[in-house]
Design a protein around this ligand. Structure first.
Ligand SMILES: Nc1ncnc2c1ncn2[C@@H]1O[C@H](COP(=O)(O)OP(=O)(O)OP(=O)(O)O)[C@@H](O)[C@H]1O
Length: 605
């Protein structure tokens, strides 16, 4: 229940006073509802069904008073009172419903934003350890369950208040009878705890099933090209069929719990009332009007018990989602990148590197339980306004080094320093704001080219957009598109070629006016002509920007001021391009030799 109360606390924190106003309104409605029973009594008296003047209702003076009036007058009073009651109750109910919807939708957004903000502030390490589809599931399915659970909890509170007031009215009408019904309710509830436990188990299962669905579907669409080109449709279909069976089993089990619980309540109530009526008539010789009262009280209270039971089962089903979302929020908070004060990214100022960005004795492991280090004793200086190239075999640690330099990953040992000042929460965001990073697999969202560019620089003018496109050798292809800058590029830019995507992301990076430009294999999909254009553009930027390039094609880095050669997480060579090329036994000369051979082979074929 701890997790449930955590969210209820959040609900309370969000809604505040309105929650109490609603609870008060609920009490009023249930009181008016209870008054309905009260009106039935004089009605029954007037119609002659019950003898109002005898025994049990002696404390109901108003009924006697009504009974003494002429029938037509008392009937008008009762019917009028009935209309006033129902109208009042309906008006309050209407306002309550609208207010509830406001609280509920507001609360959904509150929890959504809390979780999303927590995710936005989590560090990179958190994301590389998490499955993306699980996060998507948390923000969709689980969030839905959590908000439904909170809503059901409000219904549960309403039911409790309604029941208490109904019990109060019932006690007023007949103490013994009400205590009897309450005892029966408690006994039945005690035995129905098992349904709540089962519902909680089903909640856990449905959480897992939801995760596996989103996981499978995400994998499917991420790998759709592989699936189509390698004809993997059948295996995907089998996965979906299996999932559907699992889903059907889980749904059926959930429905069975709810159906069994209802059956149990209905049968037990009929048995209890039958035994009670039999005992009243045969053993205690109860009279007609008392029997009527028994039925009246019983039939008003019992459905309330059943409603509470159903609410408890629904809450139990939602608790695993509560737990999961709470755990996610806590994990995000524990992995928060910077302290609370630095939260507002808009006020972060770019940092200007005067001398150099430095790695001092940096070592890093992705998994602390494993021996292998992805970076080992890295000592390196990246000089301001110069071009530094990082080369090495696949898996040598180049991308990891870049992530460390950007402050995305924290060194296990050693430090990253900006002009001699260690990279910490305060200057971390400033450094990142100064960087434009172009990854191997660039991110473009489903929109047009203009929107994708403006995402990074919302105030950029038309002229600045075209300048950036010119720089990245993209202006020509964008001009040729039917709608130019307003052309839609599809999911992740699928309607563009790999090279066009890379050039567009490069243009976007430049638009941000960074002081550090990092290109991680950013020219790998370009043909020689466009690569030359980019290289010329980078040459023009030399001396104005700090440029860090990871490149497999060594032609791209010919003009680099410094080349870092990495192997198995270590820096094995560093220096100018020509100097390293002359170190005949070095790894760099070997790479150069290989690329020359590749080039010659390609030309010969
Ligand atoms: N998220 C991760 N979890 C665990 N190990 C990782 C992770 N990312 C990379 N590694 C490991 O760290 C080492 C360095 O990887 P890194 O991506 O930095 O190499 P790289 O030189 O950039 O390779 P490539 O040129 O293929 O991109 C590799 O052995 C890799 O398996």
């Amino acid at each position: 229940m701890e997790q449930l109360f955590y969210f209820i606390k959040q609900l309370h924190g969000y809604a505040g006073k309105i929650l109490y106003v609603n609870l008060l309104a609920m009490m009023l409605i249930s009181f008016l509802d209870g008054m309905g029973i009260f009106l039935l009594l004089p009605l029954l008296g007037i119609s002659g069904i019950m003898d109002i003047n005898t025994g049990w209702s002696s404390h109901l003076g108003i009924i006697k008073w009504l009974n003494e009036l002429p029938k037509s007058v008392s009937l008008i009073i009762i019917v009028g009172a009935y209309i006033v009651l129902i109208t009042g109750q309906s008006l309050i109910q209407r306002n309550l419903n609208l207010r509830d919807i406001k609280i509920h939708t507001g609360f959904i957004n509150y929890v959504r934003l809390e979780t999303y903000n927590a995710l936005l502030q989590a560090n990179w390490d958190f994301f590389i350890k998490k499955r993306k589809s699980d996060l998507i599931n948390s923000l969709t399915g689980e969030l839905g369950q959590v908000t439904t659970g909170s809503y059901v909890f409000m219904q549960f509170l309403t039911s409790i208040i309604f029941t208490l007031i109904q019990v109060g009215i019932a006690l007023w009408l007949s103490v013994k009878l009400t205590i009897f019904v309450l005892c029966c309710g408690l006994v039945v509830s005690f035995f129905s705890r098992t349904f709540i436990k089962k519902a909680n188990k089903i909640g856990n299962q449905s959480l897992e099933i939801g995760r596996s669905y989103i996981g499978g579907i995400t994998d499917h669409f991420n790998g759709i090209k592989d699936i189509k080109s390698n004809m993997l449709e059948e295996s995907r279909r089998n996965w979906m069929v299996d999932w559907c069976h699992q889903f059907a089993r889980e749904r059926f089990a959930a429905a069975k719990i709810s159906a069994n619980s209802q059956l149990y309540f209905k049968v037990s109530s009929s048995v209890i009332i039958a035994v009670f009526i039999y005992a009243s008539v045969m053993l205690f010789h109860t009279q007609g009007q008392q029997l009527m009262l028994i039925i009246l009280v019983f039939f008003r209270l019992w459905p309330r018990f059943q409603g509470i039971q159903t609410n408890l089962e629904q809450i139990a089903t939602a608790i695993p989602a509560f737990k999961s979302l709470k755990a996610l929020q806590n994990e995000c908070r524990a992995s928060r990148e910077v302290k609370e004060e630095n939260r507002d990214f808009n006020y972060v100022k770019q940092i200007h590197i005067e001398n150099y960005l430095e790695c001092r004795d940096v070592s890093f492991r992705y998994n602390r339980n494993e021996e292998v280090r992805s970076l080992q004793d890295i000592n390196l200086r990246i000089h301001s306004n110069q071009m530094t190239a990082v080369v090495g075999r696949s898996g040598a640690g180049k991308s990891t080094l870049i992530d460390i330099l950007m402050g995305l990953l924290q060194p296990e040992k050693g430090q990253v320093l900006v002009d001699g000042v260690p990279l910490t929460g305060t200057n971390l965001l400033s450094l990142r704001k100064s960087i434009s990073y172009v990854p191997q697999d660039p991110f473009l969202f489903n929109g047009n080219i203009r929107e994708n560019l403006l995402m990074i620089a919302p105030d950029a003018t038309e002229e600045q957009l075209w300048d950036a496109l010119e720089f990245a050798a993209s202006a020509d292809f964008v001009r040729k598109l039917p709608q130019g800058l307003d052309t839609l590029i599809g999911d992740r830019g699928i309607r563009l070629s790999g090279g066009e995507r890379q050039r567009l992301v490069l243009a976007r990076a430049i638009l941000r006016k960074p002081s550090i430009l990092i290109l991680d294999e950013a020219t790998s999909s370009l043909d020689t002509e466009n690569e030359t254009k980019i290289q010329e553009a980078l040459d023009r930027l030399q001396g104005k920007l700090t440029i860090i390039v990871i490149a497999h094609r060594l032609s791209t880095i010919r003009n680099a001021n410094q080349v870092i050669v990495m192997d198995q997480g270590r820096i094995v060579q560093s220096g100018g391009f020509n100097k390293l090329a002359e170190e005949k036994n070095g790894l760099f000369a070997k790479f150069l030799g290989n690329q020359l051979t590749d080039l010659q082979t390609t030309t010969a074929t």
